[in-house]
Each structure stands twice: as structure tokens, then as C-alpha cells.
Design a binder for this molecule. Structure first.
Ligand SMILES: Cc1cc2nc3c(=O)[nH]c(=O)nc-3n(C[C@H](O)[C@H](O)[C@H](O)COP(=O)(O)O)c2cc1C
Length: 197
């Protein structure tokens, strides 16, 4: 299996409207594939403007927010491509699409890095951030996965949040917990939230 980087990807429509969404970028050599499931505005945007920016967000609320209807995160212009990037980031890459593999379910766009930049120091791993990341991905796949399995996994991840989260990670976790509780009728879905710090 190739390495996958979980990032926030920005693309722009022909009229310039920016679309911001978490995507796993699949590394191949020096390139990164972005693979959006249909339907996705990202697909039309990449067809209209074959560029995307990808950031590693320092605030996990951006990822949790994007999958719970909170997409109004500030963006700034990129240096080498006509698409903005998420402002808040450890670092970012600017990519040009150099190949498209069409597919009725999940087309793939190969991005070639034309610029990359670091913005703030990365000072240490945090288990709650990883837990929120896993929960965010699970929350977008509730329709594909067995609910009991998902809830068992989420309750396992919740332990790391209880033990290691700061206020931002708790808030992010609770956004996901609310989304899951709204989607699943099981009692275990209602007990995912953690206390505010
Ligand atoms: C960390 C993370 C990685 C994701 N990676 C992908 C991906 O590679 N492809 C995809 O279609 N959806 C992926 N998703 C789910 C999308 O972010 C989610 O379905 C989003 O709502 C799609 O937005 P759009 O329909 O506006 O493009 C990912 C979600 C998370 C939290």
C-alpha cells in the first residue's frame, strides 16, 4: 500500500469559488494522487482548473469542521498556482494536475508539486489529534460501514481524547460525536461526547 497523507485540499471553480475539503493524498514517487468519490465539486473544479493546494492543518478542528458543515476557514493566495490554500497550516504543497484517470466511482488526479513551504514548527504528536482524525474519516463512511463496528472504534478513540486532548481537540471531537449521534440510533452513539476542558 502507498503512503497516504491526510490533508485539506483546496480547488477553485471556473468562477473562482474556492472548495475546501479533507482528502487523503496518495503518494507515488514524487507525485500525489487525489481521488474524490463521485459526486464531488472537487472533480468539476479540477477539470476547470487543473491545480490544487494541500495543507497539513495544525488545528484539527479544520478537518472535523469540514466534515460537520463548517467550511468557512480562512484561505490565502498560493505562490505558484491560481488556487488559494487554507491559511492555518504547518506547511503546504501547491500541485499541478499532470494526469487524469477517469472512473465512474472514483476518478484520480495526479498532482505534481510545483511549490512547497513550511509555516510553523511541529512540536510533537498528540493522540487526541489522531483520534479526531480517525473519527472524522469514520464519520464520512457511516453509510458504508457496520454501525456497531464504527461505534466500538469510536469509543476506543474516545479514550485518547479523554486522556490527552486540549480544548480545541475536545471541541473537534464533540462536533464529530454530534454528527454520529444524529446519524445513528444506537445508544452508544449518544455517549461519545466528552466534557469541555
Ligand atoms: C481525513 C479525511 C480524508 C478523506 N479522504 C477522502 C478521499 O481521499 N476521497 C474522498 O472522496 N473523500 C475523502 N474524505 C471524505 C470527504 O472529505 C467528505 O466526504 C467530504 O464531505 C467530501 O466533500 P465534497 O463532496 O464537497 O467534495 C476524507 C475525509 C477525511 C476526514
Amino acid at each position: 500500500m502507498p503512503l497516504i497523507l491526510e490533508t485539506i485540499v483546496t480547488t477553485a471553480a471556473a468562477d473562482g469559488a474556492v472548495h475546501l475539503v479533507p482528502f487523503g493524498l496518495i503518494r507515488e514517487g514524487e507525485d500525489y494522487w487525489v481521488a474524490p468519490f463521485r459526486p464531488s465539486p472537487t472533480i468539476a473544479n479540477l477539470e476547470a482548473q487543473p491545480y490544487f493546494a494541500a495543507v497539513a492543518p495544525a488545528d484539527i478542528r479544520v478537518i472535523a469542521g469540514c466534515v460537520t458543515g463548517r467550511r468557512g476557514w480562512p484561505t490565502v493566495p498560493c505562490r505558484s498556482i491560481p488556487v488559494p490554500r487554507l491559511a492555518e497550516a504547518y506547511g503546504h504543497m501547491e500541485l499541478q494536475v499532470v494526469e487524469v484517470r477517469d472512473d465512474p466511482v472514483r476518478p484520480r488526479f495526479r498532482g505534481r508539486v510545483v511549490h512547497e513551504e513550511a509555516h510553523q514548527p511541529f512540536l510533537g504528536h498528540n493522540r487526541a489529534v489522531n483520534a479526531v482524525l480517525e473519527a472524522a474519516i469514520l464519520s464520512t463512511r457511516l453509510h458504508m460501514l457496520n454501525p456497531e463496528t464504527v461505534l466500538a472504534e469510536l469509543h476506543h478513540h474516545r479514550i485518547a481524547v479523554e486522556k490527552t486532548a486540549g480544548p480545541a481537540e475536545r471541541e473537534a471531537w464533540n462536533w464529530i460525536a454530534a454528527r454520529v449521534a444524529a446519524a445513528l440510533p444506537q445508544a452508544a452513539a449518544a455517549t461519545l461526547a466528552v466534557d469541555d476542558a
